[in-house]
Structure formats: structure tokens, C-alpha cells
Design a binder for this molecule. Structure first.
Ligand SMILES: [Zn+2]
Ligand SMILES: [Zn+2]
Length: 389
């Protein structure tokens, strides 16, 4: 059985020596294999994974390989397990860990920064010094599970305690997997700075981050919150999550004009850009008022042309955000625990771990209007079904 020096376990949560894990060999070569159950070191715990959500980034990583290994200079690891939006139960404690107890339910952030570089010290651990410095360096304590280190399409994973977020028992496993997505939206709004009740927000692009961006902005008191997109079913979910107005950009010839009209003839204070459309930044720049702020949470595949003169003349601030820094996940979880919004509205499908390829297909091809597809690692043998509404 699983026994390691200075690692605490409990008979209530027996741990095998090996586990099932999906392994990415070459790009697009995903297979279900067996790996040793990993061992937590200092400041780390072992999490038994109970559920994991599929993210668009997982699809990219599976198709191209992890970016840090493709462009970032990290050695290409053909024994890599992707998956980063997971939750589960703490089942073993590394040496000295007393911040968590065995049996606690947790969800996870992706990035454990090195904790030593300038950005980590500022709480910007998702921007831990880039490739070649501490990023991806396990000896420096850096982990980005599902990116540089093994992730959640498996039965167990090791997590730094700083990446854990406790979840209340009232929150379902599926909902808990969405904390990091809501946390990413929360980080974007945090970085925009000074969002307070009564300020106006446009969210462009109703993907999971955009939809939960609407929910978080509304929970923070923004008024009005306007969501733009191309799919009516997603715009409808945006309304249910708190959008005061939605605009289908395929049916509205002057989206910028419509935004201004809906905000009393004025530009809005903030745009959270989640569509990745090539012209989105220029449209966002015309939606905000002078001195307004744009958060870029998505990007086009190619460099885009930007009307810089308009940005300068109008004192418009542009922020890029990377992941879920500054403990934003904890604030997102607090909103969810207080039922300020129902994140499960973006969860559409659930599959069992062994059916990951089919789950990925649902997410990639948006089968049956899939938005967030969740894989349950245990306890649910014959899922393969649409989530109960
Ligand atoms: Zn993700
Ligand atoms: Zn760092």
C-alpha cells in the first residue's frame, strides 16, 4: 500500500500505489494508462480527484502539446496527464502540512508560483517568471498542473496548499469544478480595478469565462451588465446569470451603437473581452467611455490590427490577464457558496473518466450545445448523460 516517509494518510481514505490516468503521448495521442500515485512533498497534499471540467485550453494542449513544452523550452514529456479544472478530497498530507485535514473537499487553482520571484510576491503567481526562469521548475516549487505538471484527467494529483480552495458540502462536485473559471473572471475584474456597484460592464463572448464574468460582475453590483455573442441559447444563459441586456451580434448591425443606447447614450466603464475575435479590441475601445478599461481574457490566433490612436486619444486602459491570480478563486467560491449566482447553468454534460475522448468530442464540437463538460472520476458508473437541470 501507499506509504511514504513523513506523508500522513488515514485508514478512512485508503490509497492504492497505482492509479488510472490519461496520458498524452504525441499530440492527439491520448490513452488511458496506469501511473504510480504521486507523493506530496513539503507544502503539498495528495488530492483524490472526484470531478474535472474540460476547458478549451485542454483541447489546445491535447491537439498541440503543452505550450511550455512546445514553445517554452521545457523538455517534452510523453507521459504527461492534462486536465486542470478539477476538484476532490484531500487524502494525504506532505511533510509538515497542517493547513488542511484528510477528508476535506477542495477545488484547485492551476498555478502554484515559485513564491519567490517578484510577481509571485505580488500575488501574480499566474505570471511567475517566464519559461527558463522559475516557471516550470519543480525544484523552485513551481507547478501548473495540467500545463507543466501532471493534471486532473486521473484519479489523484499532488497540489501545493496555496492552490487549494475549500468548498462547502452544499456545493456539488460539478459546481466546484467551475470555481476556477469563475475565479478567472473575478481576476479579470480585479485587474480592471475599482469595479464597484453601479458601474457599467460589457462582456463580449459567452463562453464559460464570459458567462461567469457576467455572473461575477452582477454579483459585484455592476449596472447595467451587457452580454454580446452569436448564440441565442448562450445569451439566454447569460440573462439567467444576471445580464441586464444581451445583444446577438449577428442580428444587430451596429453593436457599438446598441451598447451606447442601452447605457443611456454613454460608453460603458469596462469591457471584458472573452470572444477572441480579431476586431474585438477595436470594438471594445468604442464601447468604453473616455478613461474606460478593457480586459482581454481571450485572444485571436493571429496578431490583430489595433487602432492605437483611438486608445491614446481616449485614455483607454487595456489589461491582459493570465489565469486566476491574486486569490480570485477564493472570492469566486465565496460568491458561489453564498448562492449569489448559479454557476451550474454553464455545466451541460457529465461523463465517466474512461469516456474522456467522448467528453472531449462533446466539448470540441459543442455537441448538444455543450458548454462545460465534466468528467466524474468516481462513484458514477453509467453517466454519459445530460446534466440534470
Ligand atoms: Zn481552463
Ligand atoms: Zn514566481
Amino acid at each position: 500500500m501507499y506509504q511514504h516517509d513523513k506523508v500522513k494518510t488515514s485508514p478512512d481514505f485508503p490509497i492504492p500505489d497505482t492509479m488510472r490516468a490519461w496520458i498524452l503521448g504525441d499530440p492527439d495521442q491520448l490513452s488511458l494508462g496506469t501511473k504510480p500515485v504521486p507523493v506530496p512533498k513539503r507544502a503539498e497534499v495528495l488530492v483524490r480527484i472526484d470531478a474535472v471540467a474540460i476547458c478549451a485550453t485542454d483541447l489546445e494542449i491535447i491537439h498541440h502539446g503543452p505550450p511550455a513544452m512546445i514553445q517554452g523550452g521545457l523538455p517534452y514529456n510523453k507521459n504527461f496527464t492534462p486536465g486542470h479544472e478539477y476538484m476532490g478530497t484531500v487524502v494525504a498530507l506532505g511533510p509538515g502540512v497542517d493547513e488542511y485535514k484528510i477528508g476535506e473537499r477542495v477545488t484547485v487553482e492551476i498555478h502554484a508560483g515559485c513564491g519567490q520571484c517578484k510577481r509571485c510576491r505580488e500575488g501574480m503567481y499566474t505570471s511567475c517568471h517566464n519559461y527558463g526562469l522559475n516557471y516550470g521548475d519543480l525544484d523552485k516549487g513551481h507547478r501548473a498542473n495540467g500545463f507543466t505538471t501532471d493534471g486532473g484527467f486521473a484519479e489523484y494529483a499532488v497540489n501545493n496548499i496555496n492552490t487549494l480552495v475549500r468548498v462547502s458540502d452544499a456545493m456539488s462536485d460539478e459546481e466546484a469544478t467551475l470555481v476556477v473559471t469563475a475565479g478567472t473572471a473575478m481576476y479579470g475584474l480585479t485587474e480592471l480595478g475599482g469595479l464597484i456597484a453601479g458601474e457599467s460592464v460589457v462582456v463580449t463572448g459567452p463562453g464559460p469565462i464570459g458567462l461567469l464574468g457576467v455572473a461575477v460582475a452582477k454579483a459585484l453590483g455592476a449596472q447595467p451588465v451587457i452580454l454580446t455573442g452569436t448564440r441565442d441559447n448562450r445569451l439566454q444563459i447569460g440573462k439567467e446569470l444576471g445580464a441586464d441586456y444581451v445583444i446577438n451580434v449577428n442580428k444587430e448591425s451596429d453593436v457599438v451603437g446598441k451598447v451606447r443606447e442601452l447605457n443611456g447614450g454613454k460608453g460603458v466603464d469596462y469591457v471584458v473581452e472573452c470572444s477572441g475575435a480579431p476586431n474585438a479590441i477595436n470594438e471594445a475601445a468604442r464601447m468604453v467611455n473616455r478613461g474606460g478599461r478593457i480586459c482581454l481574457a481571450a485572444f485571436p490566433g493571429k496578431p490583430a490590427e489595433v487602432d492605437i490612436a483611438h486608445l491614446v486619444r481616449n485614455n483607454i486602459y487595456v489589461f491582459g490577464i493570465r489565469g486566476e491570480g491574486k486569490s480570485a478563486t477564493h472570492r469566486a467560491e465565496a460568491f458561489m457558496a453564498q448562492k449569489r449566482f448559479d454557476a451550474t447553468k454553464v455545466h451541460t454534460h457529465t461523463f465517466a473518466l474512461e469516456d474522456l475522448p467522448e467528453a472531449l468530442r462533446y466539448a470540441r464540437e459543442r455537441v448538444e450545445d455543450a458548454i462545460k463538460v465534466v468528467v466524474k472520476t468516481r462513484g458514477h458508473a453509467a453517466l454519459n448523460s445530460i446534466a440534470a437541470e
